[in-house]
Design a protein around this ligand. Structure first.
Ligand SMILES: C[S@@+](CC[C@H](N)C(=O)[O-])C[C@H]1O[C@@H](n2cnc3c(N)ncnc32)[C@H](O)[C@@H]1O
Length: 221
């Protein structure tokens, strides 16, 4: 009942807050866009093999491969429809250093220590359980080279807007799972395996502890 009224309203807000050329894309909105832009800055000038986990339609890859870099990018996602859109969109541009394939974040089909940059953004908060997020972070640690790094984002449960909008998601959207975490509960998955947190970047509010989203960059010493 609530969701019938509120869902169109939240869709409208998302639409208005999306970048014009991303409008209508299944994975666009202002916060997600900010995260992708920040991630692009973090990986600027890096080379090697980048894995975009939960790549969706490949929006992160936009601009990455047109910059003067020699990155190779693999996008993985569980959703066939998203991968189809990504493939069609990039094939037209004949980019050969970019591939998409179906895979689960919790069981990545890559060898240990084979990836230079492992990224998973705008994805963990949709996972059904914390165990899924932990499994995905463990996989990222397993595949990431010792001189590489990992980037992911935390939808921060210490932010009141995130806390309440996720808790009462059933009122405006019955079809989506939203789970928020604290920074510590996700970073300890990596620090307990020997990684260090190199940067935490607040998105949407300047104070990291209360920001709605915290972008994390982790690597070995
Ligand atoms: C909100 S979209 C984010 C897309 C992209 N990362 C971005 O920032 O534009 C989340 C994506 O995660 C994918 N996904 C959900 N669960 C997954 C899993 N267990 N493994 C890999 N991808 C998953 C969904 O299919 C969806 O395409």
């Amino acid at each position: 009942m609530f969701s019938k009224i509120l869902r169109p309203l939240t869709d409208l807000v998302r639409h208005v807050m999306s970048k014009p050329d991303e409008r209508g894309d299944l994975t666009s909105d202002l916060f997600r866009l900010k995260i992708r832009n920040k991630v692009r800055q973090l990986i600027n000038n890096n080379t090697g093999l980048l894995l975009d986990i939960g790549c969706g339609t490949g929006l992160l890859c936009e601009n990455l491969l047109t910059q003067e870099n020699t990155l190779k990018v693999i996008g993985v996602d569980t959703n066939h429809e998203m991968l189809k859109i990504a493939n069609e969109s990039f094939q037209k541009r004949r980019l050969h250093n970019l591939n998409f394939l179906k895979a689960y974040a919790q069981n990545l089909p890559f060898l240990n220590k084979s990836i230079d940059i492992a990224i998973c953004i705008n994805t963990f908060y949709n996972f059904y359980t914390k165990d899924d997020v932990v499994a995905a972070l463990e996989e990222m640690e397993r595949i990431c080279k010792r001189d590489g790094f990992i980037i992911f984002d935390v939808r921060n449960k210490k932010n009141p807007f995130v806390y309440f909008s996720f808790k009462f998601v059933w009122m405006y959207d019955t079809q989506v799972t939203l789970n928020a975490y604290s920074l510590k509960e996700l970073t300890t998955v990596l620090t307990s395996r020997g990684l260090v947190i190199k940067e935490t970047i607040p998105i949407g509010f300047p104070i990291t502890m209360f920001a709605p989203i915290i972008l994390v960059k982790a690597g070995y010493q």
